[in-house]
Design a binder for this molecule. Structure first.
Ligand code: UT7
Length: 352
């Protein structure tokens, strides 16, 4: 039987570390000012979110989401022992695309130097914090049907340029960071039903669509983009908006449900799972999920304290970080559950 295996893993975060202490002093270009720009502090951020620091790209206009994706992709391809030209499909999850269209996967294809060499398929997917599990489900289906054999699955986000660095936007702004993670997925012949990607589930509830969103424009309106920096209501469309409490409660529910369903549907128990890697949005969400779903705390891997919420990138970034620390090892079985804007959620069980 053909099953899908993780052939390689890689991640990338920009060098600039932004600690909570610096956050109140950042202006709209995330340049540090002498005076406070936002009413917030380290104590609030740590107590409510568990975040201590995050990474930001330079603000000199040289780095796009595709550049973060490229670095993670190169590392995953090298980890798989492959060349970029071996890739026959790119699936990229992001809510911060380089531009509105075309999608960011084609920019990554070009930057990998394989655009005219392979003309490989390029998909952008838009499931925000749930993108990596959604993308894994797609990739698994493609590999098992024989459609593609070397799929580059990437989650990449550049948040720092689209945050509201003011007290108005503080509930969202303090949460997000820049980063990327990638995997190469391909086929293996095996009779072991637990090998490789064992299980994926993906769900959505569009009733929650406007509980966490970023408009930028409204296509229903003509002109469809309006921007007046002096008009508070109007310039709000440039920044993410969130009903934090509704998102929080739904995230706990979605991640608990999808985690429990993953075990019930596969017949596995926590003894069969090496690590639980939840989406990294808020440490309190993950602690609640661990408590309600009765997950052994020693099996939980988080990186929210170091990278904040990197949306589509959190799962591969967290796995790769803990692999570099020597915790995650080849063959470990991971249960990952995710929740994000949409609302979207899901879970996956896979070996790395
Ligand atoms: O990946 C999926 C996407 N996102 C999430 O999953 C995030 C889900 N939601 C959350 O993580 C939390 O709801 C937040 C971290 C966003 C907020 O935490 P909370 O415990 O729900 O706080 P709150 O919204 O109830 O706000 C409490 C207070 C408010 O002040 P008042 O009205 O009590 O005077 C806020 O204005 O904290 C205030 N506040 C802040 N204070 C300092 C909100 N943000 C900040 C801030 N610094 N950054």
């Amino acid at each position: 039987m053909i099953r899908t295996k993780v052939m390689g893993l890689g991640s990338y975060v920009p060098d600039r570390i932004v600690k909570n202490e610096e956050i109140p002093f950042l202006d709209e270009k995330h340049v540090r000012q002498a005076t406070k720009q936002t009413e917030t502090d380290d104590e609030w951020i740590q107590r409510r979110t568990g975040i201590k620091e995050r990474r930001y790209v330079p603000q000199d206009g040289t780095t796009a989401t595709s550049d973060l994706a490229l670095e993670a992709a190169k590392r995953a391809i090298a980890d798989a022992g492959l060349q970029p030209t071996d890739i026959d499909c790119i699936i990229l999850g992001t809510l911060s695309p380089d531009i509105h269209f075309p999608g960011t996967a084609v920019f990554v294809q070009k930057k990998l130097g394989i655009a005219d060499k392979t003309n490989c398929a390029c998909f952008d997917i838009r499931q925000q914090c749930s993108s990596f599990v959604y993308g894994m489900q797609m990739a698994d289906a493609f590999v098992r049907t024989g459609m593609y054999k070397r799929i580059l699955l990437i989650g990449a986000e550049l948040h720092s340029h689209s945050l509201d660095y003011s007290t108005r936007g503080r509930d969202v702004m303090v949460l997000f960071g820049d980063g990327a993670g990638a995997m190469v997925l391909g086929p293996m012949e095996t009779d072991d039903a637990k090998a490789g990607i064992m299980y994926t589930s993906a769900h959505a509830d569009g009733n929650g669509a406007m509980d966490l969103y970023l408009k930028i424009f409204e296509i229903a309106k003509a002109p469809y983009v309006g921007y007046d920096a002096n008009n508070r209501d109007e310039n709000q469309i440039k920044y993410p908006q969130m009903d934090g409490k509704r998102v929080f409660l739904n995230a706990v529910r979605g991640m608990v449900m999808s985690t429990q369903a993953a075990l019930a549907k596969t017949g596995l128990s926590w003894d069969d799972i090496t690590w639980f890697v939840p989406h990294q949005a808020n440490l309190r969400i993950n602690e609640k999920v661990v408590e309600v779903a009765k997950i052994p705390p020693e099996k939980v891997l988080n990186t929210i304290d170091l990278f904040g919420n990197t949306t589509a990138a959190t799962v591969p970034l967290t796995i790769d970080y803990w692999r570099q620390q020597g915790k995650v090892k080849k063959g470990d079985r991971i249960l990952s559950s995710v929740f994000g804007s949409g609302f979207t959620w899901g879970a996956a069980i896979f070996q790395v």
